[in-house]
Design a protein around this ligand. Structure first.
Ligand SMILES: [Zn+2]
Length: 64
């Protein structure tokens, strides 16, 4: 997770109600955006992705 520049008008927080809060942080690999309040959720998402295949990954493997 890294902090977005303050003067950068960023995307919306992915955890708040749509279009309520601008994101202040972005996940590694741009997997999501979070406001100050939702940093823990974004971090949890990052860790969840580590070493695990998502549902979509499994489905694409099935098609091979
Ligand atoms: Zn938020």
């Amino acid at each position: 997770m890294k902090k977005l520049k303050v003067n950068q008008l960023g995307p919306w927080c992915g955890f708040c109600e749509p279009k309520t809060n601008r994101a202040t942080h972005v996940g590694y690999g741009f997997n999501g955006f979070a406001c100050e309040e939702h940093k823990p959720e974004l971090k949890a998402d990052e860790q969840k992705d580590d070493g695990y295949m998502s549902e979509g990954d499994y489905q694409s493997w099935d098609r091979l």
